[in-house]
Design a protein around this ligand. Sequence first.
Ligand SMILES: [Zn+2]
Length: 435
Amino acid sequence: MTSWHADHAWLGDAPASDVLITADRGRFTSVTPGVPRPPHAERLRGLTLPGLANAHSHAFHRALRGRTHAGRGTFWTWREQMYAVADRLTPARYLDLARAVFAEMALAGVTCVGEFHYLHHGPGGKPYDDPNEMGTALAEAAAQAGIRITLLDTCYLTASVGGDPLDGPALRFGDGSAAAWAARVSTFNVDPHARLGAAVHSVRAVPPSQMPEIVAWADRHDAPLHVHLSEQRAENEATLAAHGRTPTALLHDAGALGPRTTVVHATHLTSADVGMLGSTRTHACFCPTTERDLGDGIGPAADLAAAGAPLCVGSDSHAVIDLLEEARAVELHERLRTEQRGHFGPPFLVRAATSHTALGWDDAGSITPGARADLVTVTLDSPRTAGIDPAGLIFAATAADVTDVVVDGARIVQDGRHLRIDVARELREAIACLS
Ligand SMILES: [Zn+2]
């Protein structure tokens, strides 16, 4: 039995004071606000949140941070730089890089990551002896960093909506067919800190005829299904030209939408698209710091939420790893789009940052008895947070204000330091190997 006493803890939709929290074997056993600290309980200063869920990540994109801003360029020229990094990764290098990236996430309060993983094979597309060696490296990286992972094993078959074949570095992404993808994934066993999910990379990378096989695999395994959707207008235009439908309608017709599905970005949608996503209760994952970095645009967050689509957030390309920033940007971008304030308040934004349902961990994301014992403590004494109303923390704090992190009852971050990993040094060394 472990006991903590939080000066403030986020219970339900608001902070409570003087909260005694106990856990046993990785689960909360009691949560009691308004009591003094007993001598055996460890004090958590500041405001303690449930664990943050990073619903969309490509770990290796972290190697591009601060290296893609010379000249102009577009999403598509950025993608060429990303492919060049992918081309240099081996399973051993990816383990080192991903461990450091996941440890950076831990420092930011992320207790569970959804890793959208498509770099499956060796150079030229040749499978490794263990065809899931890259995915295994990612699961191991999360274990070493002390966080949980949903490995969203991604089907990636074509280079365009028109079905052009993969070439160059992208050969490493491809399994040839959805059936071959399913056969490979079905041999993949993961440890209890990890869970397998499925992903359709996008309508650019998976033809409609191949989608039902992936949807069926997710159904059979009761697994999350993720897909990049309408991040760029060019995807919409190509899909309309090739199939006479929007990407959302294409996914809907393939049976790919539903409460276990998460569409990532959802930036350029028609009102009919919004209606389809809302009525099917499909999750929408916004990645605002990446979307602004890549010049993608601003998605219709308020319309999606009003239509019934739950929202979650991800750090995607890791231009920044700060889930507090991602969550408040959902509101702040909506303010820029509409020239009005007050679409999403702190309770909604904290829910978006802490909900684990898109990643298939329905038993995490709240400080309640029976839930997984994940705690993220944010200081109220930094230059950014001193003097704030704790209820408004999501509009003030950054990842640098996270001081303490507990995952499944085990502490992994203390006083702003990862207990096992020198994060800056490992990031520097892992990225130097790829330059
Ligand atoms: Zn992505």
